[in-house]
Design a protein around this ligand. Structure first.
Ligand code: NAD
Ligand code: GLY
Length: 360
């Protein structure tokens, strides 16, 4: 097992990465402070892994909330089911909430933990590649609103992240690819050597080679932990983790939550960001081609949905947490491995990308 640390002073916490960690009761129990434990999961993941987790919790007072599976349920209505359960069972402030699932469950469970009695102990057990390399680390929690993705949320750090790579065996290929989009993002925003490693090892990752996956998870978490430690609440550097996300969130919201997986939408968005960076004269055409090729080789979509036209894109992109005074601000690339901070670009140039990239 590898143990990384997210360094946040007295709120620092470990990320455990390895095989079969879900069976290790000690790992989990050392982070639980009192008897009451609520496990939040969804119907799919609970069917696969809840019994194993519950074996580690014998002796505790355990309740569960099993939400329906899907991004379309990541909203305040379903969040309320978690509060209903916590209150019905009279959970107190020293209770623990464990999120067992992908990014949807992690984001919702984390937000519930942040709000319930102004904050209870929160543990992340991410079960998708995307959640293991990104969403479970760093304390961003949120639900969606019909008008904007992740627009209602809080920063709330977990006490630990348990990334058991063996649970990825049951993840389907489309979800694995979606996770790879966020892995590739780390290479693009600050780790060109990792990007080159991904180019050379993408086939091994898609074939679920255990050593390759372990390396990708570890490098991703190292990158994320470094960035979060430097800028926990996104006053600067952390925004680079949003590469492709303003385009991507527009696709997710515009096409209806769940139509495109988050990672798929981000993959398209990173291609659009690369195209725009090249129109600005920053990124070379060869680098744009490398980026598109790697994402394509990872089994990800690389062109935007044709039904989402430029004006609707712009309308959707105008609801984003990076925007200031109505300006759409984007993360762009100077090169592979060097991202900008949020930057407003000329509307005409953005429109060119939206109208031309992937539309021919
Ligand atoms: P998800 O949570 O919807 O999970 C994807 C699918 O995989 C679901 O159907 C789920 O039931 C299934 N699943 C999960 N684990 C499984 C397993 N081990 N075996 C088989 N099936 C399994 O989606 P996701 O891609 O994990 O996360 C996307 C969400 O994460 C989005 O809502 C996005 O906004 C959020 N996100 C948050 C952050 C953050 O920093 N908080 C970062 C990136 C993404
Ligand atoms: N996934 C973006 C962030 O954690 O900041």
């Amino acid at each position: 097992m590898k143990v990384l640390t997210v360094e946040l002073g007295n709120r620092s916490y470990p990320i455990y990465i390895g095989q079969n960690l879900l069976g290790q009761a000690e790992l989990l129990q050392q982070h639980i402070r009192a008897q009451q434990v609520l496990v939040v999961s969804n119907a799919t993941v609970a069917g696969l892994y809840l019994p194993k987790l519950l074996q580690n919790l014998s002796g505790y007072t355990v309740e569960t909330v099993i939400l329906p599976d899907g991004e379309q349920y990541k909203n305040v209505d379903w969040l309320n089911k978690i509060f209903d359960q916590l209150l019905t069972c009279k959970f107190s402030r020293n209770a623990t909430l464990i999120a067992l699932g992908g990014g949807v469950i992690g984001d919702m469970g984390g937000f519930a933990a942040a709000c319930y009695q102004r904050g209870i102990v929160f543990l992340q057990i991410p079960t998708t590649l995307l959640a293991q390399v990104d969403s479970s680390v760093g304390g961003k929690t949120a639900v969606n609103h019909a008008l904007g993705k992740n627009m209602i949320g809080a920063f709330y750090q977990p006490q630990c992240v348990i990334a058991d790579a063996s649970v990825l065996d049951t993840l389907d290929d489309r979800q694995l690819a979606a996770g790879l989009a966020e892995v590739i993002k780390y290479g693009l925003i600050g780790d060109p050597a990792f990007f080159a490693w991904l180019e050379a090892n993408i086939a091994a990752l898609l074939a679920r080679d255990k050593a390759a996956l372990a390396y990708a998870i570890e490098q991703s978490c190292l990158n994320k932990a470094r960035i979060v430690a430097e800028d926990e609440t996104e006053t600067g550097l952390r925004a680079t983790l949003n590469l492709g996300h303003t385009f991507g969130h527009a696709i997710e919201t515009g096409m209806g939550y769940g139509a495109y997986l988050h990672g798929e939408a981000v993959a398209i968005g990173m291609c659009q960001a690369a195209d725009l960076s090249s129109r600005l004269g920053w990124l070379s055409k060869q680098d744009v081609a490398r980026i598109v090729a790697l994402l394509k080789n990872a089994g990800l979509p690389v062109t935007p949905p044709l039904s989402l036209k430029a004006p609707q894109f712009i309308e959707l992109m105008s609801v984003d947490k990076k925007n200031v005074d109505g300006d759409i601000r984007l993360i762009l690339l100077h090169s592979i491995g060097e991202a900008t901070l949020p930057i407003a670009v000329e509307r005409a140039l953005l429109t060119e990308t939206l109208e031309q990239y992937g539309r021919e």
